[in-house]
Design a protein around this ligand. Sequence first.
Ligand SMILES: Cc1ncc(COP(=O)(O)O)c(C=O)c1O
Length: 400
Amino acid sequence: MELLSRTLARVKPSPTIAVTTKAQELKAAGRDVIGLGAGEPDFDTPQNIKDAAVAAIAAGKTKYTAVDGIPELKQAICAKFKRDNGLEYTPAQVSVSTGGKQVLYNALMATLNPGEEVIVPAPYWVSYPDMVLLAGGTPVTVEAGIEQNFKMSAAQLEAAITPNTKWLIFNSPSNPTGAGYSWDELKALTDVLLRHPHVMIMTDDMYEHLAYDDFKFCTPAQVEPALYDRTLTVNGVSKAYAMTGWRIGYAAGPEKLIGAMRKIQSQSTSNPCSISQWAAVEALNGTQDYIATNNETFVRRRNLVVKALSAIDGITCPVPEGAFYVYPSIAGLIGKTSAAGTKIENDEIFATALLEETGVAVVFGAAFGLSPNFRVSYATSDENLVEACKRITEFCAALK
Ligand SMILES: Cc1ncc(COP(=O)(O)O)c(C=O)c1O
């Protein structure tokens, strides 16, 4: 009998975590490494949120909680959906988990049967297809390339739907591209979904608050209220409040689904950390002022990176609407050879050569299902970004 399950054999470890680990190892070995792989803000968690956590500890709020969230946090989440998205939910429609990742995982585990399909627009956040596989379903990827600004069209969605489609996973602004769907672009997709009542929508709104210039965030149940009963709206505090380590994510949707997700959580992790839940109450109910301040920093960095990478011969770098990533194409560099003699045959080789020859860590596009590209996270200091872009420029200039 094999030790490991057959399901696990279908799944790969997270490549973004692998890049971060490799960069850390090189750094520990004394190499001068600049990591542009991290999927988290470099800002500290705001003080009012930390204070709420300390107060929770002092008040002894350190025990098991209700499985899918304390009532105070569920109330804060309902208020957030009303305030930011115009969506009405009751606490019974809300689930809180250990990060947005667990929310998505619970939902897929609770709903997928063998043979059921999940549409995943590519490039996608690395975990979606593997989570679908772990849950026993079949990911169906739909490629949305740079020429369509990495956004799936209505015709592509229509063509991907089959009688076996259970979910569409939607993510805007996106990891890894930063692309955000406008109201009209999203409406074109929701119009398709209206014609296919068996398809559910899992919208991952994790980067909602990281929206720049005149881009206005919108979410499917808001754009098409008729999809309210078919939508799981997923969000979390990790990115907007610089709380990645606190591990709080949440979702709202149909009570039956929320109940099934609760059942899974009750038999796996019981409840999200009590202290983090109290911190999240403060994040959602307290001042939101620092989001705008952080976004000014992100916009400055985005512009810096887009300008530097766009100036490189062979690289095309669109300007994204949100998140803290850019996803440039290296189509013009494929087939060239680096100064150290590496032939750039694909984006994985490009990223490896870049790391080894210049110490700049990025994540290769194949990890996100769309090549030849790489992902830069600009959630690091301006100084790091300037130096990293200089090294990337020199590396590319030396390609023959
Ligand atoms: C698109 C997207 N969804 C979900 C998550 C998971 O967030 P959390 O850290 O809350 O689990 C991430 C984290 O990188 C993400 O980029």
